[in-house]
Write a protein that binds this ligand. Structure first.
Ligand code: DC
Length: 231
C-alpha cells in the first residue's frame, strides 16, 4: 500500500508522515530530505549552478546512497548518514532551487519509486500523489495557514538551536511556496482524488487520527473490491 502525503512547507507533513508510518508499520519516505541531500552534495562539489547536461552526467556518480533499513530511509554520503547539515536555512533554499531542475527530479524519481518495493510506504513531499505515485492507494494534501506554518518553522529552528526571525521565516516560506507551486515540472498541487486536510487548528495527534481513518477506509474498500472480484 502506498500513502502519498503532499503539502507546503510547515503543513506538518514530516511529523505526521513519520508517525503514520510508525502506526502502520511501514516505511517513511521523506522525499524532501532526498532533495536536500542532492542540494548538499551538489554544494560540496560547487555544482549548484551547473548546467543540465553536467547534472545529468554527475548525479549518478555522486557517493550518495538512499537505503531502506529498519523501516526508515537512510541517506548516506560516502557511507555516512546525512543529518542536521541538510536542514540548515541555506540548504532549505538550495533544495528548493535544485528541485526545479529536470535532471534532479528525474534522478530522484526512480529512487523514490524504488522505495515503493518495500511493502507499505508513507511517501511525503510535493508531488508524491501527482507524479511519483499517481496510483497511490491513499492521497492526502495537508495545508495550514502561512502564519501557522511560519510559527511552527520558527519553533523547529529554535529546537535546533537556530535563532530565526518570524517575519523572515514567513517571507521565506512564502517565497518557497511560490517557487514550489509555480515551477513548470511537478508543481505543488493537490493530486487528483486527494483528501484535503487543513492542520491549522488541529494537534498532531488529531491529524494522525484523521489520516488513520482515511487509510483504514481505503484498506477496507480495497479488501471489499478484492472480495467482490473473487466472488
Ligand atoms: O519538505 P522539505 O522542506 O524538506 O523539502 C525541501 C525542498 O524540496 C522543497 O522546497 C521542495 C522540494 N521538494 C520537491 O520539490 N518535491 C518533493 N517531493 C519534496 C520536496
Amino acid at each position: 500500500m502506498i500513502v502519498a502525503i503532499d503539502g507546503p512547507a510547515g503543513s506538518g507533513k514530516s511529523t505526521i508522515s513519520r508517525l503514520l508510518a510508525e502506526r502502520l508499520g511501514g516505511v517513511y519516505l521523506d522525499s524532501g530530505a532526498m532533495y536536500r541531500a542532492v542540494a548538499w552534495a551538489l554544494a560540496q562539489n560547487r555544482l549548484l549552478e551547473a548546467q543540465d547536461t553536467v547534472l545529468e552526467r554527475v548525479l549518478p556518480t555522486l557517493p550518495l546512497d538512499f537505503a531502506v533499513r529498519d523501516g526508515r530511509l537512510h541517506i548516506l554520503w560516502k557511507g555516512v548518514p546525512l543529518g542536521a547539515e541538510i536542514r540548515t536555512p541555506e540548504m532549505t533554499r538550495a533544495a528548493s532551487a535544485v528541485a526545479q531542475r529536470e535532471p534532479v527530479r528525474r534522478f530522484l524519481l526512480s529512487r523514490q519509486r524504488g522505495v515503493a518495493h518495500e511493502g507499505l510506504v508513507v511517501a511525503e513531499g510535493r508531488d508524491m500523489g501527482s507524479v511519483v505515485f499517481p496510483d497511490a492507494d491513499v492521497k492526502i494534501f495537508l495545508t495550514a495557514t502561512l502564519e501557522e506554518r511560519a510559527r511552527r518553522r520558527v519553533a523547529q529552528y529554535r529546537d535546533q538551536g537556530i535563532d530565526a526571525d518570524f517575519q523572515e521565516v514567513l517571507r521565506s516560506l512564502q517565497a518557497r511556496d511560490d517557487a514550489d507551486t509555480n515551477r513548470s515540472i511537478a508543481p505543488l498541487k493537490p493530486a487528483q482524488g486527494a483528501v484535503l486536510v487543513d492542520t491549522s487548528h488541529l494537534t498532531i495527534a488529531e491529524v494522525v487520527h484523521v489520516l488513520m481513518n482515511v487509510v483504514e477506509k481505503a484498506a477496507k474498500k480495497q479488501a471489499g473490491d478484492g472480495k467482490s472480484r473473487a466472488d
